[in-house]
Design a protein around this ligand. Structure first.
Ligand SMILES: O=C(O)CCC(=O)C(=O)O
Length: 289
């Protein structure tokens, strides 16, 4: 047994919650439902003994927390007229109850995806602003070998997002119900993704779109087109969150919020955005281009 313990954990599954409850049971519900920064976790839990298997290795990733305060407006059962009037051309919004993808969610369990698509070759992209590196490998290999929490010291993340062979994945995508709100003159295009906790895409912008989380949680950071964020295009969102975000003055902070399974975030045209998956996540974007 050792005295100095690690409370580095990933709130992504029951195994993690059990680890967390062993390290600091009084804080379990707090940890699971609210943000707990890495430092808070360490300082709260440092003095209690742990089993050696729980020790934190030198490259074990840090926990990623939800934001202290969600600053993106969130509405349930919102009307299309109000969406167009208040958000479509001006600011992001999170919409609840816009889609019902329970069937699609059931088809996206790890077991079902592996059974149906394990042998498909998928194309991974580097999760940096320009996504210039591409790697092809069988989906099963991606899930079994690469879907782990992001190493915060690493600059690279290979991400399965977009770049699909739509014929091969058609039997899955036909069950996705996209957001019913559309914008005149645009055509929807899907981008489906699965990624590990702590992964994400650094700041970039493009046309408007919706992003729905199917499993897990995704934290979003958004700036209006005229406010270029301070970031490095080849560093991860996790590194930005740990190194740049804490020094931002309140007025320099982005709009931010974490969306949960079943919620849809809308981003307007040319809004800067960066993402961070707080859990192993399955997600789908509908780009309106
Ligand atoms: O879902 C993600 O992590 C990336 C989404 C994104 O940046 C986009 O849709 O452009």
């Amino acid at each position: 047994m050792v005295r100095k313990m690690s409370c580095t954990f990933w709130i992504q599954n029951m195994h993690t919650l059990r680890r967390l409850s062993m390290c600091c049971p009084r804080r379990l519900s707090h940890c699971a439902t609210r943000l707990w920064t890495h430092h808070q976790a360490l300082s709260t839990c440092r003095t209690r003994p742990i089993h050696p298997m729980q020790q934190r290795g030198p490259r074990e990733p840090a926990a990623v927390a939800e934001e202290e305060r969600c600053t993106v407006e969130r509405w349930a059962n919102f009307s299309y007229a109000k969406f167009v009037q208040y958000y479509a051309f001006s600011r992001p919004v999170i919409l609840q109850g816009l889609t019902d993808n329970s069937r699609f969610r059931a088809l996206c369990s790890r077991e079902r995806l592996l059974a149906s698509f394990g042998n498909n070759v998928v194309r991974l992209s580097t999760a940096n602003t320009y996504s210039y590196q591409k790697v092809d490998l069988p989906f099963q290999e991606y899930v079994e070998q690469m879907l782990h929490p992001q190493d915060p010291t690493s600059l690279d993340t290979l991400y399965f997002f977009g770049d699909h062979n739509f014929t091969e994945w058609a039997s899955l995508f036909q069950h996705y119900s996209p957001p019913t709100f559309s914008l005149l003159g645009t055509t929807p295009a899907y981008s489906f993704g699965i990624a590990g906790a702590g992964s994400g895409v650094p700041f970039h912008w493009h046309g408007p779109g919706f992003s729905e989380v199917i499993y897990g949680r995704k934290r979003w950071f958004l700036y209006p087109p005229e406010k270029t964020p301070e970031f490095h295009p080849n560093k991860t969102t996790l590194s930005w969150l740990q190194n740049i975000y804490p020094a931002l003055t309140p007025s320099a902070r982005p709009l931010e919020c974490t969306i949960q399974a079943g919620e849809v975030l809308y981003f307007p045209d040319r809004w800067w955005h960066a993402t961070l998956n707080l859990d192993t996540s399955v997600f789908i974007s509908t780009f309106l281009s």
